[in-house]
Design a protein around this ligand. Structure first.
Ligand code: F6R
Length: 256
């Protein structure tokens, strides 16, 4: 695992955007895994700037979203269908036909989640998965004690997650109780995991993910099982890491 600690949120966004841009420049048909929430917003803005400048094109790339709320109409402003359209598909210029979001409305969740897994496999798997992390350590919406072998399925959101996400809704009661999320096993199949986190509220989750024992109680610790994981954090999110000095040294002395 590579841990990169940077001074500002903007630097975090630019460093992650560099990884995405390098992949898509090399492989225009790359398959991206895209997260929603606040953490990746800077990455999408940075990538959109590069698209606007004519330096980059996502026109042939594919994308799969990590998760979706159950029961929100697709055109609800906070459905991840809407958020992905608004924050990713439009600004980055994806072909909408090549972007998938789990179906939070299909009552046959077994069939719809199996279809989602099949679509990812048929696309050749995810080349680079952008991840945020919940303050309770969740990855996607895999709440604590989710199995590391889990696949896309329905989950119940933890009360902490509903409180954290209440800022996107009128009040916490409006945050759906259930979601469809890629499983931790699904996420582990991606070829490169790029996790970004900003702010003090993520410090414990980052410390457990990077340095804690591998445990489903802190789902982010799955990163330790992946052969190519990059964690990019600001100083506040890094503040509970014990080996911060080593990560800074390793990054400053990275072999070419
Ligand atoms: C969203 C997702 C979640 C978020 C996490 C952090 O698609 O997969 O794991 O990344 O809840 O959310 P923010 O970034 O809003 O703090």
């Amino acid at each position: 695992m590579e841990v990169i600690i940077l001074d500002t949120e903007l630097e975090v966004a630019c460093a992650a955007a560099d990884l995405v841009a390098r992949l898509v420049a090399h492989t225009p048909t790359a398959v991206l895994g895209v997260a929603t929430g606040s953490s990746p917003q800077g990455i999408y803005r940075e990538l959109a700037d590069r698209v606007d400048a004519g330096d980059l094109s996502f026109g042939r790339a594919r994308a799969f979203a990590l998760d979706e709320y159950v029961g929100l109409p697709r055109d609800h402003a906070q459905s991840y269908h809407s958020v992905i359209q608004h924050d990713v598909v439009g600004p980055l210029g994806f072909d909408p036909a090549l972007v998938r979001v789990p179906d939070g409305l299909d009552p046959d969740t077994d069939a719809s989640t199996a279809r989602y897994e099949r679509e990812i496999a048929e696309a050749g798997g995810v080349d680079l998965q952008i991840l945020g992390i919940g303050s309770n350590g969740h990855i996607g919406f895999n709440e604590p004690t989710s199995s590391f072998a889990s696949r896309t399925r329905i989950k119940t959101l933890a009360p902490q997650t509903r409180r954290d996400n209440a800022r996107f809704f009128e009040n916490v009661a409006d945050v759906p109780a259930h979601c469809i999320t890629q499983g931790l096993g699904t996420i582990l199949d991606a070829r490169h995991l790029v996790l970004v986190a900003q702010g003090r509220s993520k410090a414990a989750a980052i410390a457990h993910a990077v340095e804690g024992p591998v445990s489903s109680v802190w789902p982010g610790s799955l990163l330790q099982l992946h052969r190519h994981a990059t964690v990019i954090v600001d100083e506040a999110a890094a503040s509970e890491l014990e080996l911060g000095e080593y990560y800074r040294y390793a990054f400053a002395n990275k072999p070419r």
